[in-house]
Design a protein around this ligand. Structure first.
Ligand code: CA
Length: 459
């Protein structure tokens, strides 16, 4: 009895399978050649199948076989009564793989497909309008290719494209570069903060539509609605990611007022000590400031990573800027914003203006500048991987107690920006229309930035 019911289950399941296959075929517009006796109206319930008995040929007893020659299956395009009937659709062949993984943010070029028809030979292949791969949106996409012969036989073929984020495990521009801070210290290790690290190896247009690869980590504008320093106004139109770098560009705004446009960008996430932040940049050949820096939410605590003024000459003040062109300002600020006027402290020692050992102009190439924010009263600056400055203790960090004795303790937000700063403008220094007209001198390039949290290792 048990055996019997097993056989029953097996048979009914089998016949159901063959039924559903036939149904699926006819739903596809199976052609007139369909001689299968199964009625399309075969009831789907397996228990009502008449072929319960183990009769050898279940398909020969169609109890409800309708005599009418399936009138609903005439979807086949046989437009004219041409003597020989072409019912064979073209065969589509994909160029490349049927399943493609594509890296997020990079332009996608569809490798396409070809089609050959038995009567027409090579026929064109089109892809559906909705077969679109959105490269800055992680997910799965389907491209549907379509080919049709002159008799109207159509075939389709699909390709799947998965847009993937290679994530922090993928290669980055800083691969192979050790974190120079706490080098060799076995008490600590460094954990990359992916949300605050970027090789900028994707592309965005100028303007506010910078796409997901950018928007994941960064946002156009200052940390609040502040429009710009000095005579500079920030706009998303003056930044893009291009040629492997984040680019911020200076252009003229109002020639009569000597105002200009630049860009400010900030991170979506803040960072807290102990941390190491390093960026590789090429500063502009301009009197304007190039800056990669960090600011607390209350704007009282500021750590500057890069602050540099690349030009050797100021047209507006008709004076040499040689001194600045050879210095990288490695500084921080503490502000008392309750005071009137606001008081601003920054160290003024000679070491805060760093000169390269080869006395080079910083504008002439890319350089790495990093800050190790060890604790509220200790900062270390690394240029091209070498420790060049240490600022430590309350007397150096915040001698006037603008921060109520707490030092640089609040989370800070990373910013990329620049400006013709107020102190420069007050001294008659700003980029002239003529200077701004040379685009190559007015693009601040950030090749990458990487941020690490220091992690204590178990003893
Ligand atoms: Ca890069």
């Amino acid at each position: 009895m048990k055996k019997h019911s097993f056989l029953y289950a097996f048979l009914s399941r089998n016949s159901l399978l063959s039924l559903s296959v036939t149904l699926a075929l006819s739903a596809c517009g199976g052609s007139e050649g369909d001689t299968s006796p199964e009625s399309p109206s075969a009831s789907p319930e397996p228990t009502t199948q008449p072929t319960v008995t183990p009769s050898p040929e279940p398909t020969t007893t169609p109890p409800t076989a309708s005599p009418s020659p399936e009138p609903s299956v005439t979807a086949t395009p046989t437009p004219t009564a041409s003597p020989e009937l072409d019912s064979v659709a073209p065969v589509i062949t994909l160029v490349g793989d049927a399943a493609i993984q594509h890296e997020f943010g990079l332009a996608f070029v569809d490798p396409g497909a070809t089609a050959v028809d038995d009567v027409d030979g090579s026929v064109p292949v089109t892809s559906d309008a909705d077969s679109v791969v959105i490269v800055d949106n992680i997910g799965n996409y389907t491209i549907t290719y379509r080919a049709e012969d002159s008799a109207g036989n159509e075939s389709t073929l699909t390709r799947s494209v998965e847009v993937i984020d290679p994530g922090p495990a993928a290669s980055q521009d800083w691969d192979g570069l050790e974190v120079p801070a706490e080098s060799g210290n076995t008490e600590f290790s460094w954990q990359l903060i992916d949300e605050l690290s970027d090789s900028f190896n994707y592309e965005t247009p100028w303007g506010s539509s910078k796409g997901e690869a950018f928007n994941e980590r960064w946002e156009d504008g200052y940390i609040n609605t502040w429009p710009g320093f000095g005579n500079t106004t920030w706009t998303p139109d003056n930044s893009r990611v291009f040629d492997g770098s984040l680019q911020l560009k200076a252009t003229s705004k109002d020639a009569a007022q000597n105002t200009n446009y630049f860009s400010a960008i900030h991170a979506r996430q803040s960072i807290s000590y102990p941390a190491f932040i390093e960026t590789r940049v090429k500063v502009m050949n301009s009197v304007m400031a190039n800056a990669v820096w960090m600011l607390s939410d209350n704007s009282a605590e500021e750590i500057d990573i890069v602050e540099a003024y690349g030009s050797s000459w100021s047209e507006s003040s008709v004076s040499s800027r040689e001194w600045y062109a050879k210095r990288m300002h490695l500084s921080h600020h503490t502000f008392d914003r309750d005071a009137t006027p606001i008081t601003d402290y920054q160290p003024k020692d000679a070491g805060s203006w760093h000169v390269h050992t080869d006395n080079i102009y910083w504008r002439d190439g890319f350089h790495r500048v990093g800050v190790y924010w060890r604790d509220p009263f200790h900062l270390e600056y690394y240029v091209d991987g070498v420790l060049v400055r240490t600022v430590t203790g309350p007397e150096m960090i915040d001698p006037n107690e603008h921060l109520d004795g707490n030092g640089l303790s609040r989370p800070e937000t990373i910013l990329f920006s620049g400006a013709a700063q107020g102190w420069q403008v007050n001294g008659g220094v700003w980029p002239t229309v003529n200077e701004l007209s040379i685009e190559a001198d007015n693009i601040f390039e950030i090749d990458w930035i990487r941020s690490y949290q220091r992690v204590d290792l178990a003893p």
